[in-house]
Each structure stands twice: as structure tokens, then as C-alpha cells.
Design a protein around this ligand. Structure first.
Ligand SMILES: Cc1cc2nc3c(=O)[nH]c(=O)nc-3n(C[C@H](O)[C@H](O)[C@H](O)COP(=O)(O)OP(=O)(O)OC[C@H]3O[C@@H](n4cnc5c(N)ncnc54)[C@H](O)[C@@H]3O)c2cc1C
Length: 471
């Protein structure tokens, strides 16, 4: 069924990029249709840690921090090994401060002590990294009342449970609208401009296997991150690239071995929990300094392991004494050993090796070498600093851990006006994109640069809302 109305802007998705986009476009008098597959707005804001970064914010100035977009640009490329799309990064650093100032005008409150230089990722050279007190929900709580009001006033026509299934286009390939599937059937909507703000694809194992064949999927993401925007743009000839920059976060377990979307994090950051255990590869050998202070070092060491997998090996003494290794503050996880595929328990090291599928002599030698390092208080092989206890008291334990995906690396290529590029890098007329649909690789390169997924999503959404009709 087709609607007769012609919208100025059709926004696909009402998450981190889609909310600011619809708000700013509606505030400028545009006729906005927003289709959202979920039954609610918010998207990945319900999942995300909400860490954002910008140079030249009012908050920085209030705290006497001197910073500039050029320094943000330089720092980001340095951390990301020069792999961020230069056009996209330039647009982002030049406009991110205005986004954060705007959020603060709307009532967003940065957590006490922020901005900082680094937290969970490699540090910037200055304090430009911040978050709210309730992760990304603080951002949602800021945007939603404004969005709700505009919906109520009829300035945003929000259609929930409307899933984009295809883009409409004319004979010259210009986008003219969208096709959406709803509980009441399929509908077509016409628009002068369509913006894909439909997020990543890490909740779609089939598409993941196709777009990111080099990387296993173990994800913790919004279940609506199914890559529909990518598929729709691809049908119009837009290439999808960036999978070579896949990087998994360090690290966790697959809760349900049959569901690659059931990733669950472990507490493995030496800054917040001492690392009592050793990490062992498929050959039964250690492969990294377990408590190396650089997250980039740890992530890359894991990335080199087949399937980004490792075994976290320890003994009963460590289980009893160390702080919990799961993010659950209770110690319920201890009951899982021997009963859950990822939590392994054995009476001897040889039995543990057999259950992990690693060579027993190698594991025995690894543990013996490590125990000698503990005795000497020096780990000559890998330089682990925290050498608190030998691994010697049965039962022995292991956690089958692996990298966790929170971001989709591949995405759509855009120009400096966020127009989606099609065949031969020509813009597809009337089609724009913002957010993770661009791919993590385009906004953050091959490293997790602080805030460089959520900040560009918010910033590009806001920017398109403000500039789309002018552009
Ligand atoms: C656990 C976790 C922690 C993170 N922490 C950080 C962090 O601290 N800092 C950072 O920079 N980044 C972080 N990220 C990444 C960042 O939050 C996301 O990249 C960003 O929020 C994505 O915004 P988006 O608007 O592109 O997608 P989303 O916010 O997911 O919005 C997309 C919307 O589109 C809807 N949609 C999907 N398909 C369709 C369709 N076919 N039709 C209509 N609607 C559709 C979805 O339901 C959703 O509402 C984190 C991600 C996760 C999962």
C-alpha cells in the first residue's frame, strides 16, 4: 500500500543517530517521517556505555582544558593506526563539540570527574572523553522528552514496528522513498530525502558471515542491529567495506553455544580487577602479558588467536581468593563450573587439558613455568606484573573466553555531506547515512578510539537534521 504524502525527510531508525536527526529536522520545519522497526525508540542507547568525546566543548572550557578539533583528529588517527576515513573524521571532530554542548543545553549531565583522557580504551592526549551517570540511557533520557513532544505536536510522524525492507528509486537511480514491513502488511512512503540510521549488523549471523568472513561472531548488541540499511543500499549498488578492520572487545564468553548473539563480558581489565589467572592458547601456551596496561596490546594479542579464543586458567586457591571475574557482582557464576560449556572444572591439569582440547604436556609445562615465575616474582617470559599465587590447588578451572563484538566493522561509504556513495563512488541521489551503518571501521579505524562510534552517530544525526534541506 502506498501513502500519497511526500515527506521532506524519511529517517530510518530512531536510535543514537535517528533521534537527533528527526528532532533537528522537525525543529527546522521539515516534514519528517521516522520509521522504527522496534516497538520503542532508543536503539543501541539501551546497550551502549555512552562514552562520547569532543574537542572544544563548553565543559572543557569551564575546566580550563585547552583542546582543538585538529588535536582530536591527530590523536584519533594515532590510536586508530591511521585507518579512520579522513573525510568522516574531519566532519566528526569539527562538529562533535556542538553536539555535546547541545545535549547539555537539553539537560544532559556529564558524570562527575569527566571529561577524562582515557577509560577502557587507549587514552587521548587530553581530557575530552565523558559520559552520563547512567551510561547511554542518560543520553536517551535527554533526547526522548524533546522527541516525544515533537511527535505529540505532529511535527515528527513516528511509525513504530515499521521495518525498512527496501528503498524505492526512479529510473535514474535516485531514491524516492522506502518500503516498510509492519504488523499490518507492507507500506510504501515517498520522500525527497531518505536517511539510513538503522545501525549495525552484529545481530544478524548470516549477514555477519557474508560481510565479515574473517571474524567469528560473539556479539552483545541490540537485537535490531540486523543490517537492513546496508542490504537496502547494496541493492542500489552501494558497496559495503571495512571488514578488514574487525576488532573484538577484550573479552567474554558465549553464554549459549548455539547463539552467536549471546556474548557476555568478563572483568578482565587490570585497571579495575587484578588478573590472578593466566591466559592460554589452543596449544596450551601463554601468548600475552595478561595484565598489560594497554588495552590495544591486549585486544590485538587476542585478535591473533584463532577465532579470537583463549582459555583463562586458574586453580581453586584463585577461585576462592580473587574478585569475581564476571560482571555479575554476586558469585553465582562459580556454580557454573563443570555445568556450563564455557566454565570448565577438572580434578587434574591433564584432565583440564583434555576438556579444553589442548596438549596436556604443554599445559603442564606452562603452569610449571608460571609457578616458577611466581616464586621468583619475575615473569621473564611475558612480564606479567601481578604474580600473587601459584596455580597448584585442585580442582583446576578454565573459562573458554573469546573476543566480544559490540560494533559492526563494515559499512556504507559516504562523502562530506553524508551522501551514500554508490557504484564508482558516485553519490546515490537523495540517500544519506549516519551512525553505525557507516561501519565502525570508517569512524574508528582498527582500534576502539574513545567515543568514536556513539559521538559520530549523534553528531551526524544532528548535522543531517540541521543541514539536509540546505544541502
Ligand atoms: C555494549 C555496547 C557498548 C558501547 N559503548 C560505546 C561507547 O561507550 N562509546 C561509543 O562511542 N560507542 C559505543 N558503542 C557503540 C555505539 O553505541 C553505537 O555504534 C551507536 O549507538 C549506534 O547508533 P546508530 O544510531 O547507528 O544505531 P542504533 O542506536 O542501534 O539505532 C538504529 C535504530 O534503527 C532501528 N532499525 C534497525 N533496522 C531497521 C529497519 N529495517 N527499519 C527501521 N528501523 C530499523 C533499530 O531498531 C534502532 O532503533 C557501544 C555499543 C554496545 C553494543
Amino acid at each position: 500500500m502506498a501513502s500519497n504524502q511526500l515527506w521532506d525527510v524519511i529517517v530510518v531508525g530512531a536510535g543514537s543517530a535517528g533521534l537527533p536527526l528527526a528532532i533537528r529536522a522537525a525543529e527546522r520545519g521539515a516534514r519528517v517521517l521516522q520509521i522504527e522497526a522496534d516497538y520503542r525508540v532508543g536503539g543501541t542507547l539501551f546497550w551502549s556505555s555512552g562514552q562520547i568525546s569532543a574537542a572544544g566543548t563548553r565543559l572543557q572550557k569551564q575546566q580550563g582544558i585547552e583542546d582543538s578539533p585538529d588535536e582530536h583528529y591527530r590523536d584519533a588517527q594515532k590510536i586508530a593506526h591511521g585507518k579512520i576515513d579522513p573525510v568522516v573524521l574531519r566532519l566528526m571532530v569539527d562538529n562533535a563539540a556542538a553536539t555535546i554542548d547541545w545535549l547539555m543545553d537539553l539537560g544532559f549531565q556529564p558524570a562527575p570527574g569527566t571529561p577524562v583522557a582515557g577509560e577502557a580504551h587507549e587514552a587521548y592526549s587530553t581530557r575530552r572523553y565523558l559520559w552520563g551517570t547512567n551510561k547511554a540511557v542518560s543520553i536517551l533520557d535527554t533526547l526522548k522528552p524533546v522527541h516525544d513532544r515533537l511527535v505529540k505536536e505532529g511535527r515528527i510522524d513516528l511509525r513504530l514496528q515499521h521495518r525498512l525492507v527496501g528503498l524505492l528509486s526512479d529510473a535514474r537511480g535516485a531514491v524516492t522513498g522506502v518500503r516498510a514491513s509492519t504488523p499490518n502488511g507492507e507500506f510504501e512512503f515517498s520522500g525527497r530525502n531518505v536517511v539510513l540510521a538503522s545501525g549495525g549488523y552484529a545481530a544478524n549471523p548470516e549477514l555477519w558471515a557474508e560481510l565479515t568472513p574473517n571474524a567469528p561472531l560473539c556479539s552483545y548488541v541490540n537485537p535490531y542491529s540486523r543490517g537492513d540499511g546496508l542490504v537496502a543500499a547494496r541493492e542500489l549498488g552501494a558497496p559495503v567495506d571495512g571488514s578488514e578492520n574487525f576488532l573484538a572487545t577484550f573479552a567474554g564468553v558465549l553464554d549459549d553455544p548455539k547463539d552467536p548473539r549471546s556474548g557476555a563480558f568478563l572483568a578482565l581489565s587490570p585497571g579495575s580487577r587484578k588478573i590472578w589467572e593466566i591466559f592460554v592458547d589452543t596449544q596450551g601456551k601463554r601468548f600475552m602479558q595478561e595484565d598489560h596496561p594497554s588495552i590495544d596490546y591486549r585486544e590485538r594479542a587476542l585478535l591473533r588467536q584463532p577465532g579470537t579464543r583463549m582459555n583463562i586458567v586458574f586453580d581453586h586457591g584463585i577461585l576462592q581468593n580473587a574478585a569475581t571475574i564476571t560482571l555479575d557482582p554476586t558469585d553465582v557464576y562459580r556454580a557454573k563450573f563443570g555445568k556450563h560449556h564455557a566454565f570448565v572444572k577438572a580434578r587434574t591439569l591433564d584432565e583440564l587439558a583434555r576438556k579444553l582440547g589442548v596438549p596436556a604436556p604443554a599445559l603442564r609445562k606452562t603452569v610449571a613455568d608460571y609457578n616458577r615465575a611466581v616464586d621468583r616474582q619475575q615473569d621473564a617470559q611475558w612480564g606479567k606484573a601481578f604474580l600473587i599465587r601459584r596455580i597448584e590447588k585442585a580442582p583446576f578451572y578454565a573459562i573458554k573466553a573469546q573476543g566480544i563484538t559490540v560494533l559492526s566493522p563494515a559499512g556504507l561509504k559516504v562523502d562530506a555531506q553524508l551522501r551514500v556513495l554508490g557504484a564508482k563512488s558516485r553519490p546515490i541521489p537523495n540517500l544519506y547515512a549516519a551512525g553505525e551503518v557507516l561501519g565502525f571501521s570508517r569512524t574508528s579505524g582498527n582500534a576502539f578510539v574513545g567515543g568514536l562510534s556513539l559521538t559520530p552517530a549523534l553528531t551526524f544525526g544532528k548535522l543531517l537534521g540541521e543541514k539536509l534541506l540546505k544541502w
